[in-house]
Ligand binder design. Structure first.
Ligand code: GLP
Length: 243
């Protein structure tokens, strides 16, 4: 595991965007695994800027997102499809029909998950997966549990995740209680993984995930077993790591 220490959120965003850009430049028809949450917003902003300058071309890129709230439509401004359109896809030349997010409106969980697994299999897997890190160590919406879930599945969100994500909704009761998420095995099969972390609030979970025991109780800890993981963090998020 490589750890890149950056000064602050802006610097972390630029470094992460550089790593994603390198992938797109080296393999223009790559499959990017993308993430939502507040952490990657700056990364996407930077990619849009470089695209607008003419330095990046996404015309052959395909993307698969990690997760989506069950029950939210693409037009709902809290859905992850909306987030991706708004923060990235609407501003670059990626083909919209080459961008995939689990279908939050599919009420049949088994069908939603099977369909998404098929999309990822048909693409031949993910070249580079970008991840954020939940306060409880979740990646995508793989919540702490007694086992590592393999492929796309429907999760009951934990109270800690519901509380953490409530800041984006007008009230706690509006936060969906379930989500569809890519599984741990699918994430682990990505050729490269980048984990972006920022802020003091993440410092202790960063330490636990990357320097603690590997356990499904801290889903991100499994990343210690991947051969090409880069953690890009600002000083605050990395402040509890051993030197
Ligand atoms: C959500 C997403 C995760 C994300 C996490 C952290 O729960 N499903 O993919 O990594 O939030 O979000 P933030 O970056 O806002 O701390």
């Amino acid at each position: 595991m490589k750890i890149i220490k950056t000064k602050d959120y802006e610097h972390m965003s630029r470094v992460t965007a550089n790593l994603l850009s390198a992938q797109v430049i080296m393999k223009p028809d790559c499959v990017l695994g993308l993430a939502t949450g507040s952490t990657p917003v700056g990364v996407y902003k930077q990619l849009v800027q470089w695209f607008q300058k003419g330095d990046l071309d996404f015309s052959e890129v395909t993307s698969v997102n990690l997760d989506e709230y069950k029950g939210l439509s693409p037009e709902n401004d809290q859905s992850y499809r909306y987030f991706m359109n708004h923060n990235l896809f609407d501003h670059i030349n990626i083909r919209k029909d080459h961008t995939f997010v689990p279908n939050g409106l599919e009420p049949d969980a088994e069908k939603a998950c099977d369909d998404y697994n098929k999309i990822i299999h048909d693409l031949g897997g993910i070249d580079l997966q970008l991840l954020g890190l939940g306060n409880n160590g979740h990646i995508g919406f793989n919540e702490p549990s007694s086992s590592f879930e393999k492929e796309t599945h429907c999760v009951d969100l934990t109270q800690s995740t519901i509380d953490a994500n409530a800041r984006f909704f007008s009230s706690l009761s509006e936060v969906p209680r379930q989500a569809y998420t890519m599984g741990i095995q699918t994430i682990m099969q990505a050729k490269k993984i980048i984990v972006a972390v920022s802020g003091q609030g993440k410092a202790s979970i960063v330490k636990e995930a990357f320097f603690g025991p590997i356990t499904p109780q801290v889903p991100a800890s499994v990343l210690q077993l991947h051969s090409d993981v880069t953690v890009v963090g600002d000083e605050a998020a990395l402040s509890m790591l051993p030197h």
